[in-house]
Design a protein around this ligand. Structure first.
Ligand code: BTN
Length: 254
């Protein structure tokens, strides 16, 4: 159990100054055989990447911009479960270290006070049609002030500093907590499967029970978020009572 768990990934963290993106640095290490848990963190990213081709604002010294090498033995169809696992790990660590009551918006954006506080980008690399390794990219807005956000993100992004009443976050301590939670949950996942992760995710979700909408190439869907399916997709119940599963993309809470 948790008490007898001895973390090992903490010794595998490299802190760099300025990089384009820690995703690329972690990928290079993974390609040259770095073990699971190898982590690159940077003070600043000049080309930080978000989901769906977006940029990720990563100003110097203000956040936790990190990427973790994972080597799961998983069918590709189950990688969304890893994404959810990472969200749970970061949410637990944030609550533990800062007391900020972050919640998870499906699939794995962390919100506090209704605004985004952390984003996660899980990228998989394949070899011969199978999962070779995955890189979990984690961006936590730790000590950004409102002024640190560019105009288009003001009111959308917040930070632990803002939500924690102006108390700056010890970024090394939070990094260590994130890695420890991630390593522990990963072990639980390998030993017990997705069920315990799903339970944690559901308890921290701000999406379940809410009315949500999303756009598909076929048109717009709306419904109530009622749970997760076995792969980590979001189950929506529409007005007629039929339930559909959303596998990826972005939802809007309405
Ligand atoms: C999102 O919400 O769109 C995901 C954002 C992920 C940002 C992190 S910061 C560390 C890592 N390096 C990147 O370039 N992106 C991820």
């Amino acid at each position: 159990g948790r008490d007898s768990f001895v973390p090992g990934w903490l010794d595998r963290v490299q802190l760099l100054e300025t990089v384009v993106s820690t995703q690329e640095e972690a990928k290079k290490l993974a390609e040259s055989g770095a073990p699971q848990g190898t982590t690159v963190r940077a003070e600043e990213q000049t080309g930080g990447r978000g989901r769906m081709g977006r940029k990720w604002h990563s100003p110097r010294g203000k956040g936790i911009w990190m990427s973790v090498v994972l080597r799961p033995e998983l069918p590709l169809s189950l990688t969304p479960q890893l994404t959810l696992l990472a969200g749970v790990a970061v949410c637990l660590a944030i609550r533990e270290v800062t007391g900020v009551q972050a919640g998870i918006k499906w699939p794995n954006d962390l919100l506090a006070g209704g605004r985004k506080i952390c984003g996660i980008l899980l990228e998989s690399s394949l070899r011969e049609g199978r999962l070779h390794y995955a890189i979990a990219g984690i961006g936590i807005a730790a000590n950004l002030t409102e002024e640190d956000y560019p105009p288009d993100l003001q009111g959308i992004g917040t930070s632990l500093l803002i939500e924690g009443g102006g108390i700056p976050v010890d970024r090394s301590a939070l990094t260590a907590a994130v890695l420890t939670e991630l390593e522990y949950l990963y072990l639980v996942y390998r030993e017990q499967g997705f069920a315990p992760i799903r339970e944690l995710w559901e308890s921290m979700s701000v999406t379940l029970g809410r009315q949500v909408g999303f756009n598909t190439p076929q048109g717009r869907c709306e419904g109530t978020a009622v749970g997760l399916d076995d792969n980590g997709g979001l189950l929506l119940k529409d007005g007629t009572g039929s339930v559909i599963s959303v596998l990826s993309g972005e939802i809007e809470m309405i």
